[in-house]
Design a protein around this ligand. Structure first.
Ligand code: C2E
Ligand code: CA
Ligand code: CA
Length: 404
């Protein structure tokens, strides 16, 4: 049997009746309906609904007969949503939201049962089924989020700095600021994990502000060291949510002023994925940042959204080729081909190319042969403290790691 999914109703037609089967719900596409019940044998109108409302879904979720009747007030078109479609949508919900809905459905059902059988009111109080089937994991994640906010206030976060070098000669030209969190019990927490959590709970801007403050004050001290590279810059990772902040540009300007730096000393790294989330906002903010003179890099280039259209519009200054390609180019011909293309693209666009994740001299040689000018990777330097970087800049003649 094929069930009709498009239902047309004339005024007064019934969509379903109280006590009826609970095999589907309906989305009202046009017209107006009325929900009504029966009290002491009399019809009681409850609510009118118009286009875009859903009816009948509750009895699918509770597995109970319809609790009200629904009739058309005007000509109506309704779309039938099968029980399995409703259950599939429900399954896709965030588990906490699903648990909240589950709890409220169960509670209402209990109230209804008690209203129908007042004698049972003082009988054994029913134990509601537990609605969170991953309560422990959830609590652990929520605790982690609380710890993150507390940890930032308690000074558990710090920045480390990984040098970015000129491939020919290995001289340090700048550094990327990377965040580290030592959790009091868990110890080292990978940044990918806490950055995602911070984005989820809306605390990323506090981490970004911290990273910018720390990186700028480190850069100010490092630049004032005797013999420091003239153009030494700091590259700071920012998240998609930062780009949308209306006060971001002002904050950034304030931070560099505070440290007597110029915009060209600061590069902001953003991933393609972060850009695509709200391209228009990114475009506006990027243009303003670039006008002021800040550097703008696309991070993990090649791994994200492959629509390269944004390259035409955004005023970029660098592309960072992801480790998955740059660090693999020596061994893998396909990666090498991709890196070659990306370098050509960078030249075409007039932006710097920085190869990430170079670990061996073969990696370095390969990237140099491909015409890449800048790099970052364990072969040259691992991320280090400000004091270590200061010492490195002092001793770095640019020759110890020279590449032929
Ligand atoms: P990313 O921005 O791509 O940073 C580069 C990552 O590659 C860093 O990992 C760095 O330590 C690592 N790396 C550098 N050279 C090599 C190499 O030769 N081999 C290997 N295997 N790895 C190398 P880290 O510090 O664990 O950071 C991971 C990610 O966390 C970063 O990836 C970035 O997306 C995010 N992150 C770190 N700090 C911050 C921050 O302050 N703000 C934001 N928004 N994200 C951050
Ligand atoms: Ca980065
Ligand atoms: Ca990267």
């Amino acid at each position: 049997m094929t069930l009709r999914t498009e239902i047309h109703l004339k005024p007064g037609d019934l969509l379903y009746t109280e006590g009826g089967e609970n095999d589907c719900g309906y989305i009202i596409e046009s017209g107006e309906i009325i929900l009504f019940g029966t009290v002491d044998g009399k019809r009681v109108d409850i609510e009118r609904r118009g286009p875009g409302s859903i009816v009948g879904e509750l009895s699918v979720l509770t597995g109970r007969p319809r609790t009200v009747s629904v009739a058309a007030l005007t000509e109506c078109r309704a779309f039938r949503v099968s029980a399995s479609q409703i259950l599939a949508l429900f399954e896709k919900l965030d588990p906490v939201l699903r648990a909240c809905i589950d709890t409220s459905i169960t509670f209402n059902a209990t109230l209804q049962d008690q209203a129908a059988n007042p004698g049972r009111l003082n009988a054994v109080v029913p134990l509601a089924p537990s609605t969170l089937n991953n309560a422990e994991d959830l609590i652990a994640e929520l605790r982690f989020e609380n710890d993150l906010v507390r940890g930032l206030k308690n000074g558990e976060f710090k920045m480390v700095y990984q040098p970015i070098v000129a491939l020919s000669g290995g001289d340090i030209v700048g550094f990327e600021a990377l965040m580290r969190w030592t959790h009091p019990e868990m110890g080292f927490v990978p940044p990918d994990r806490f950055i995602l959590a911070a984005e989820r709970i809306g605390a990323i801007h506090e981490l970004t502000d911290f990273a910018l403050m720390e990186a700028c004050s480190a850069l100010m001290r490092l630049r004032s060291q005797p013999g420091a590279p003239k153009g030494l810059f700091a590259s700071v990772n920012i998240s998609g949510q930062d780009i949308m902040r209306p006060d971001f540009v002002d904050f950034l300007t304030h931070v560099i002023d505070l440290h007597d730096l110029e915009p060209r000393h600061i590069k902001l790294e953003v991933t393609e994925t972060a850009l695509i989330a709200d391209f228009e906002a990114a475009d506006i903010h990027f243009k303003r940042l670039r006008e002021l003179g800040f550097g703008l890099s696309i991070d993990d280039f090649g791994t994200g959204y492959s629509n390269l259209g944004y390259l035409k519009s955004l005023p970029l200054t660098a592309l960072k080729i992801d480790r998955a390609f740059a660090g693999d180019a020596y061994q893998n011909a396909v990666s090498r081909g991709i890196v070659r293309l990306l370098i050509a693209l960078g030249k075409e666009l007039g932006v710097d190319i920085i190869a990430e994740g170079l670990e061996t001299s073969d990696d370095v040689q390969t990237l140099q042969n491909l015409g890449c000018r800048f790099a970052q990777g364990y072969y040259f330097h691992k991320p280090m403290s400000e004091a270590e970087l200061a010492a490195q800049l002092q001793t770095d003649t640019g020759k110890s790691r020279a590449v032929a």
